[in-house]
Design a protein around this ligand. Structure first.
Ligand SMILES: [Zn+2]
Length: 290
């Protein structure tokens, strides 16, 4: 019996493996969340320089990508050794401080690792071993990265959203979560629904309520879950967004000068709608007496 056969017939073993995989992936997501926006900014600056000063010789930029340079302490610049980079364990062993200068390390790093592991366990448990679980794990990891990048920088990088939109359509051409027809119209209506809200809001208030990244994110969710997940996704994200938005504004205590990113709410709502959408809608309709 191969390992894959074993995982296919033992749900608990698959759940444990998914959790461990989630820890490792969470560690990598920390790097993506931290570096991808910086990489994009470097790219924009480079392009702007080339456009504005084409005759000036371009200075060589030091390498900066998802692999290089190796991670280092932001305080003392000491490179982090491989054993200090183990998810959760290293943070616990080092008691949340840098190995050389003892400066505090943000608890966000282990929290992202833990969150990724927990959500991976939920997906493995819900779907069991197979291609749908693999697809849903990938989507889950993507949504974690996108949510935190949006929360940090108000950006939803095309470099992640667009390939994942295509991948959702391709996956559903094999009927992974829904049929091709539903997936295609999910992408189209996902984009158009928020696009219309955006223009309506802008015409009425003269302000921009959300960014174009949000339209693409909902298109991506529609491509994965089909158009059927869109109503619940929009409803849940508005609900969660309104509740958390009020809490954040109250605790921050300032006027709403900085717009709150909508991406994380869309991501949370879409994730719930794709996994439990049928169940939620069914239960609601039963209670409503249909
Ligand atoms: Zn240090």
């Amino acid at each position: 019996m191969t390992l894959l056969d074993y995982l296919a017939s033992h749900l608990l073993a698959f759940v444990v493996v998914a959790g461990l995989l989630g820890l490792v992936v969470g560690s990598f997501l920390n790097v993506v969340i931290h570096r991808l926006p910086k990489m994009m900014e470097r790219d924009w600056l480079q392009q702007a320089r080339e456009m504005l000063q084409p005759e000036q010789p371009q200075t060589e930029q030091p390498v900066y990508n998802l692999i290089l340079p190796h991670s280092h302490c932001p305080h003392c610049q000491t490179e982090i050794k491989p054993w200090q980079n183990l998810p959760l364990i290293s943070y616990a062993l080092l008691r949340g401080r840098c190995g050389s200068c003892r400066e505090r390390i943000s608890p966000r790093y282990p929290l992202v690792e833990l969150l990724t592991a927990v959500l991976s366990i939920v997906v493995a448990w819900q779907f069991g071993f197979g291609w749908p679980a693999a697809g849903m794990l990938l989507l889950t990891w993507t949504l974690i990265a996108l949510s935190l990048i949006d929360a940090d920088t108000q950006l939803l990088p095309d470099a992640i959203v667009l390939p994942m939109l295509w991948l959702g359509l391709i996956a559903n051409s094999f009927g992974l979560f829904t049929d091709m027809h539903s997936a295609l119209w999910g992408a189209v209506f996902g984009y158009l629904s928020l696009w219309s809200v955006y223009w309506l809001f802008k015409l009425i208030t003269g302000k921009e309520g959300m960014g174009f990244g949000d339209f693409k994110l909902l298109a991506m969710l529609g491509a994965w879950g089909g158009w059927q997940v869109l109503p619940l996704t929009i409803l849940l994200s508005s609900l969660v967004g309104a509740i958390l938005g009020i809490i954040i504004l109250k605790t921050r205590g300032d006027s709403n000068s900085t717009p709150l990113p909508f991406g994380p709410y869309l991501a949370i709502a879409g994730w719930i709608a794709i996994i439990w959408g049928d169940w939620i809608t069914g239960t609601y309709l039963r209670f409503a007496g249909f």
